[in-house]
Every structure is written in structure tokens, then in C-alpha cells.
Design a protein around this ligand. Structure first.
Ligand code: GUN
Length: 295
């Protein structure tokens, strides 16, 4: 078994990004600027956003955080998004999910200008990604592709089973893995909560992507010998022995699955760190107008 080491890879990618940002700076160009909007004070979202901002600073990018109380109206939030769309100093915008129930996440995503949508959640970016056109690809699936590619894992002709059909991970992951490119060319099965014989389908996977958000759901008996196992889950599970009061768990029961796998991602230290790198890579693309001209 070989670990797919997100910590090592993300450090390597961050160094590459830092060099590119330094080049822009030395040529007197505008430093890439990522803005995050955070509504409320969900503990996990606070941690993710703080980490996104910190990583931007570490590679020399500019980052700003706008916070709103949970009581903010949808109209006020949309006004802020529109103002950011029109601000030429800002290259990328993310609105951290989940949002409170009274705010439509779909409306917010559709209001972000596609050229600043570095999360790749706008329907235009999802549609362009599905057609294989240049687009912002959502950060987690892009991080998984980067991992497969940097570890030179063969994907063509292999059976990729994705567990979970979320719009931000499972669905785009399934589309990307079937594309006629590398990494891709897989035969893909997208499974979800209504799938029958899930364990048997997982056992037939050469590449298993667990993205359902249920701690340690994938057990040893669900994985074939020699499979590549990608664990996208990151859940807080109560644990009195930890100072924080919780332990971080993935969707895969690591101790059971790792001995069977050819490659496996740890949690933490796996996909999560790659997600942040993808977000910074997308922000760099936005600053360079590689996909769209500035709005
Ligand atoms: N919530 C969980 N993952 C993500 C993500 O990748 N982007 C945003 N904006 N919110 C999230």
C-alpha cells in the first residue's frame, strides 16, 4: 500500500504557485486576489475559510474575508456578490457553503460572475466542464485529478466508482473521470443513497472515490485488493480524548481498507489540502484571464 500524500503534494504545488506569484510581482503585475464570503459561524466552515485565507497569504496572494451574520438577507448577500463581480481588484470569489436555509445557494452561485467563480460552481462552469471546454473545475475534484496525475496512476479503461452525488464533488468527479483525457477514460459508476448492492459495486471498483459524508462508511469488505481509494470525507466526530472535543474522520475506515488498497489517501493529510491548492490555482488562472476575460 502506498499513501497518496496530500501534505507532500500540496507543499510542492504551493511552492510552484508561490514562484508564479513572485514572477507576477517582479514584473509589476497585479497580485492575484481571492475573496471569501462566510455567513454565520459554522465551526467547520470557519476552519476551512481560515485555512484558505492562510494558504493564499503563504503563496503571496492577496486574500480578503467578508463575514455576515446568519440573519443576513438573501438580497443583501446578492448585492455584495454583485459589487465584488464589478470590482476589478478582485480576481476570484468563493461563498462558503452551507448557507442558512433562507438563502438559496443556487441563486448565490448563479450570481457570482463565471469569470470569478474559482470554486467552479456556476452552471456555466459546470456545463463547460461537462462539454470538455475550458472552465473552472470545482476544487475538490480538480485536487483528486491532480493527485492521480502526480502519482502517475493509470486510469484508462479502469472502473471508477464514485460514492455520493453532491453537486460539488460526486457529480463533477463522475463527469471528469469519464472524459477522453488523462486522468480519465474510466468506466464510471455514480452511486448514491438509493443505489442497490452498493457493497458489490464498490468491490468492483479499480478506483473508489468516497464522497458521501458519512464517517468510516466504506469498510474493508467493500474494497477489492489492489484498488485505488480516494477518501473525500472530512467529518467531525465527538471524541472526549481530544482537546478540541472531536476527531476528524473520513468516509473510509482506514485501518481496514489500507491493507487491501494499492494507493489510499489519509484523512487528514489527503484530499483536503489538495482542494485548497486547486482553489489557488484557479485564482491564478482568473488573475491571468486564462479561461475568461475580466468581466
Ligand atoms: N463547503 C464545503 N466544501 C466547499 C467548497 O469547496 N467551496 C465552498 N464554497 N464551500 C464548501
Amino acid at each position: 500500500m502506498q499513501l497518496l500524500d496530500g501534505k507532500y503534494l500540496s507543499q510542492q504545488i504551493k511552492q510552484e504557485i508561490a514562484v508564479q506569484v513572485a514572477d507576477i510581482r517582479s514584473q509589476g503585475g497585479k497580485i492575484p486576489h481571492l475573496v471569501a464570503i462566510l455567513v454565520g459561524n459554522n465551526g467547520a466552515s470557519e476552519t476551512y475559510v481560515a485555512s484558505k485565507m492562510k494558504n493564499c497569504e503563504e503563496v503571496g496572494m492577496q486574500s480578503s474575508l467578508f463575514r455576515f451574520n446568519t440573519s443576513v438577507s438573501e438580497a443583501e448577500l446578492l448585492d455584495k456578490v454583485r459589487a465584488i463581480n464589478e470590482d476589478p481588484g478582485i480576481d476570484g470569489l468563493i461563498v462558503q457553503l452551507p448557507l442558512p436555509d433562507h438563502i438559496s445557494a443556487d441563486k448565490v452561485m448563479e450570481t457570482i460572475h463565471p469569470a470569478k467563480d474559482v470554486d467552479g460552481f456556476h452552471p456555466i462552469n459546470i456545463g463547460r466542464m461537462a462539454k470538455g471546454l475550458p472552465a473552472y473545475i470545482s476544487a475538490t475534484p480538480q485536487g483528486v485529478l491532480e493527485m492521480l496525475s502526480r502519482y502517475q496512476i493509470e486510469t484508462a479503461g479502469r472502473h471508477c466508482v464514485v460514492v455520493g452525488r453532491s453537486q460539488i464533488v460526486g457529480l463533477p468527479m463522475s463527469i471528469l473521470m469519464q472524459r477522453n483525457t488523462y486522468p480519465g477514460n474510466c468506466t464510471v459508476t455514480l452511486t448514491h443513497s438509493r443505489t442497490q448492492n452498493l457493497a458489490a459495486i464498490c468491490r468492483s471498483a479499480d478506483i473508489l472515490v468516497a464522497a458521501l459524508g458519512r464517517p468510516e462508511f466504506i469498510t474493508g469488505d467493500m474494497v477489492k485488493d489492489g484498488a485505488v481509494v480516494i477518501d473525500v470525507g472530512l467529518e467531525r466526530v465527538p471524541d472526549a480524548s481530544k482537546k478540541s472535543g472531536f476527531a476528524l474522520k473520513g468516509d473510509v475506515k482506514f485501518d481496514e481498507v489500507a491493507p487491501k488498497a494499492a494507493f489510499i489517501t489519509p484523512v487528514p493529510g489527503g484530499v483536503g489540502l489538495m482542494t485548497i491548492c486547486s482553489l489557488m490555482q484557479n485564482t491564478l488562472k482568473a488573475a491571468r484571464q486564462e479561461i475568461y476575460p475580466k468581466p
